[in-house]
Write a protein that binds this ligand. Structure first.
Ligand SMILES: [Ca+2]
Ligand SMILES: [Ca+2]
Length: 257
């Protein structure tokens, strides 16, 4: 009788423990803690996602710790294959026999202990400029401004069955003289505009850059896709990479270089 009672108590304690743990943290949160991901973007950014936290690895010693690990490598936006990477100021790729493999300087590589899902997307020209005019008006900019970038990307980024429209507009690289340079990235969902990236600066500023979508990927496996926006600068500062996460109805940068 005693052993049967003890057995029931142990089972009850286990059940209560798991119910409380799932209640407090949720199954998703517990699962997310085990996710481990490394993203390398060209020779600019090395990001590590572990225990639900992002770190930007910038020192040579921290990059050296990643040497000879196997990565999925994308070069010029196309999947190249699985290769070993090695860093000596720049990243180099090698096959199984340690033969060097050519990849573009604009590569993206990742290694993860789970299946990282990418959302395929393509850039479409803007034909309906109503949201563009709304945004430019809101910032007191000429709604008929000449644009060097004007495209949109369709993505059901939050997997709710409704396709959202992500717009990129910029006049940073127009040839004509402008009073102000600007770049905006925003989402249109059911006629509502949610701003993601905004930058307005005077025409002589060299820090202005023209953003574009690099990838949509679900880093934390919650069926809401994060995305990487990259931005080319005029100046020698080069390129900025920003990984955005949608949290509390806002787009926020989780990590950047
Ligand atoms: Ca959606
Ligand atoms: Ca996600």
């Amino acid at each position: 009788m005693i052993s049967k009672k003890l057995y029931i108590i142990i089972i009850t304690v286990f059940v209560v423990f798991f119910v409380v743990m799932f209640g407090m943290f949720g199954i998703d949160e517990l699962r997310k803690e085990g996710l481990d991901l490394t993203i390398i973007m060209g020779n600019r950014s090395v990001w590590k996602y572990n225990n639900k936290k992002w770190i930007h690895l910038s020192s040579n010693s921290s990059k050296a710790n990643l040497n000879w690990q196997k990565y999925h490598v994308y070069s010029n936006y196309e999947y190249l294959g699985e290769y070993y990477l090695w860093n000596d100021d720049e990243w180099y790729a090698f096959d199984e026999d340690r033969n060097a493999v050519t990849m573009s300087s604009d590569f993206l590589a990742f290694a993860s202990n789970y299946e990282l899902v990418f959302y395929p997307f393509s850039e479409e020209d803007v034909t309906d400029f109503s949201s563009v005019k709304t945004v430019l008006n809101k910032y007191n900019l000429d709604e008929d401004s000449t644009l060097s970038s004007a495209y949109h990307v369709e993505s059901d980024f939050d997997s709710d069955g409704i396709v959202e429209d992500f717009y990129v507009i910029s006049n940073v690289f127009v040839k004509e003289e402008v009073d102000e340079k600007f770049s905006f990235v925003y989402m249109v969902k059911e006629n509502n505009i949610t701003m993601i990236y905004e930058d307005i600066s005077n025409s002589s500023s060299s820090s202005t850059c023209s953003p574009y979508f690099t990838s949509f990927l679900d880093v934390d496996r919650d069926s809401t896709f994060e995305f990487i926006l990259s931005c080319e600068k005029y100046s020698v500062d080069g390129r900025v990479d920003m990984l955005y996460q949608f949290k509390n109805k806002e787009f926020k940068i989780a990590i950047s270089n």
